[in-house]
Design a binder for this molecule. Structure first.
Ligand code: HEM
Length: 250
């Protein structure tokens, strides 16, 4: 008997007709670089979608005190974050004078309106006052962000796992042999580094294309605003524990 899988092929499984009909450059006549600009943003949003999915998986594994599963989830989350960051290099081929030719067609649209990006930051544990102000800037934060804010942070969940295993963060780093929890701790720190790397590459891209003093289409000070976000931390405890090895400054 024929089942649905007999009629599915590459194009229909991936819904390519729909996917490939979603790029609509706004410039008129169409600027030859606008397609690249749209696709890097759309591709980033697709990766954000799977990143959010995997972060939810990580959260449920941490909640279930599943250390091995959590370590595997973090590996995937890190692979995804590296891809998102490396995509920015495609836009490094966009020179300032060419972006200026179609920037006016973007209106007020800006990456700062990315609900998925804000949900990722919230789910990862960002509660910095600047971040809280940014998500409330256009009224009520979207549902996806509000739901993320209601979850415990990754740091809280990791702390609970450490306590559940009857150990402490210090002991993970001081113990004679690395444990699964140590691998998770280092994986989370790596996630923070990968995320900050995106922030750094993005702000440098912004400076390269629109310059350090140009305001953003989203209404911020542009690179100056973005520079401040680089110091946001998801896992302050994982950074702090490292100082223990070096004693207090004299
Ligand atoms: C020509 C390339 C780009 C330029 C000139 C640019 C410019 C900017 C500027 C000026 C801001 C600050 C907010 C504002 O006032 O608009 C911003 C924020 C942002 N952009 Fe971009 N961007 C570029 C590419 C990208 C790409 C490819 C993504 C991927 C999705 C992206 C995602 C974001 C996000 C998520 C924010 C919010 C960051 C935060 O508030 O921490 N941008 N961008």
């Amino acid at each position: 008997m024929a089942d649905a899988s007999d009629t599915i092929d590459y194009g229909s499984y991936l819904e390519l007709d729909k996917l490939l009909s979603l790029q609509h450059p706004q410039s008129h006549p169409e600027h030859p670089d606008e397609l690249l600009f749209i696709i890097v943003h759309q591709a980033s949003e697709l990766w954000f979608k799977v990143l959010l999915h995997e972060l939810h998986g990580l959260i449920s594994r941490l909640r279930n005190f599943d250390a091995v599963g959590s370590a595997l989830s973090i590996r995937r989350v890190n692979a995804l974050m590296q891809i998102v960051a490396s995509q920015l290099s495609a836009l490094e081929t966009l020179p300032p004078q060419r972006f200026a030719q179609f920037r006016g067609y973007l209106g007020r649209s800006s990456g700062s309106q990315s609900d998925q990006f804000r949900a990722i930051e919230a789910l990862s544990g960002l509660r910095d006052p600047h971040f809280m102000a940014a998500i409330g800037e256009h009224g009520e934060p979207p549902a996806i962000v509000q739901q993320a804010l209601q979850q415990p942070t990754l740091q809280d969940l990791f702390d609970a796992l450490v306590a559940h295993e009857g150990t402490t963060l210090e002991a993970l780093y001081m113990g004679p042999a690395p444990t699964a929890l140590f691998i998770i701790a280092e994986g989370l720190l790596e996630y923070e580094q990968n995320f900050s790397r995106w922030r750094f590459l993005h702000v440098q891209l912004v400076e390269r294309i629109i310059g350090p003093g140009t305001g953003g289409t989203g209404g911020t000070l542009g690179a100056k605003y973005l520079q401040r976000t680089i110091s946001h931390r998801f896992f302050p405890n994982l950074w702090a524990v490292r100082s223990r090895f070096y004693g207090a400054p004299t």
